[in-house]
Write a protein that binds this ligand. Structure first.
Ligand code: TXD
Length: 316
């Protein structure tokens, strides 16, 4: 019998993304899972349902649902998706403040019960919330990382594969910058089995793919009418959890705290990160064109504006 350590993953927020992330983590046999939410009964119900899928899907993960943070005790990885959607009459700033307060409450509990965990933030606005979590947790920056680039680059991979009618597994992409309109997809680092897409597609088609990637979240929101995408976001968060738990040293685009890289400091933004058991074990500085670097810096400026608003509201 294996004497290997069983890992523990806490998913805080058991809504669409949180529950799907728990499902993917269970299917990937990453460890036992605790699903937490403020809504009573809902995380317990979803957890029981997911546990009962185990015998059919062939996984052994125990999935526990709870409203009590004590249950996340000793978690190795914490995935935070908790937050409020924007309600009618609520400004972007109101939402920012509300979600920062929720993040503060959660981070206090993570600090108490899972002080050695690596924390993956999913809640929007992603890069600002990741910075807020970093401040509120007081963890070293290596152990606080945001999920966005994995999703944005998965979207771009899917679009390239759809365009070329090729396997998605053959496509590699890199999308940097903030999660939103200012993201920076990098066609020069997009390949199909090693072949740069600039050799396979016209500039017009590449531009269309880049634009569709930038608007990827909005395209799904407008189809769903209520709520936003959750399968691919959850798969991306679970992918990051896997890289950490299995110490894979995967090079993935993630939101990380910069400390001079790309000419940026004290801001969380999407960059290529080596993800392993130490969390963000390194940040790769790619050779960017002047336009790409400018776009990345403008994207960071937008994140800074959000951080400054929180500082002005004393919410950081
Ligand atoms: O790329 C990315 N980073 C993203 C981000 C991709 C997709 C979704 N993205 C954002 O994730 C989205 O804009 C939201 O901010 C979060 C979660 O999205 P989801 O679609 O899962 O939202 P839901 O279904 O509304 O779930 C949020 C849950 C809900 O069950 C609330 O009851 C819960 O969060 N919630 C809390 N849980 C614990 N503690 C507190 N305080 C709390 N407040 C709300």
């Amino acid at each position: 019998m294996s004497t290997g350590k069983r890992f523990k993953i806490a998913c805080i927020g058991a809504g669409n993304v949180g529950a799907a992330a728990a499902q993917y983590c269970a299917e990937m046999d990453l460890g036992d899972i605790v699903l937490t939410d403020i809504v009573e009964g809902m995380p317990q119900g979803k957890a029981l349902d997911l546990t009962q899928a185990g015998p059919i899907r062939g996984y052994n993960a125990m999935v526990q649902g709870t409203n009590d943070y004590k249950d996340i005790e000793g978690s190795d990885v914490v995935i935070i998706t908790a937050g409020l959607p924007r309600q009618p009459g609520m400004s972007r700033l109101d939402l920012l403040e509300k979600n920062a307060n929720i993040m503060g409450d959660i981070c206090g509990n993570v600090n108490t019960y899972a002080p050695n965990s690596t924390v993956i933030i999913v809640t929007n606005p992603l890069d600002v919330m990741t910075y807020a979590a970093f401040k509120k947790l007081g963890f070293p920056p290596e152990r606080v990382v945001g999920m966005a680039g994995c999703l944005d680059s998965a979207r771009m991979r899917a679009f390239v594969a759809m365009e070329l009618n090729t396997s998605m597994k053959n496509v590699d992409t890199m999308v940097l910058g903030s999660h939103g309109d200012t993201m920076v997809p990098l066609p020069q680092y997009t390949t199909v089995s090693g072949i740069p897409i600039t050799r396979l597609l016209s500039q017009d088609r590449i531009d269309a793919i880049v634009e569709r990637t930038r608007k990827g979240g909005g395209e799904i929101v407008s189809l769903l009418k209520t709520g936003s995408a959750y399968y691919a976001p959850a798969a991306s968060a679970a992918r990051m959890a896997q890289a950490i738990i299995r110490d894979e040293k995967q090079l993935l685009p993630c939101s990380a705290l910069l400390n001079g890289q790309y000419g940026l400091e004290d801001v969380y933004i999407g960059v290529p990160v080596r993800l392993g058991k130490g969390g963000v074990e390194g940040i790769l500085e790619l050779d960017l064109s002047q336009d790409e670097l400018k776009a990345l810096q403008e994207s960071a400026e937008e994140v800074r504006t959000g951080i400054k608003s929180l500082q002005d509201m004393n919410a950081l």
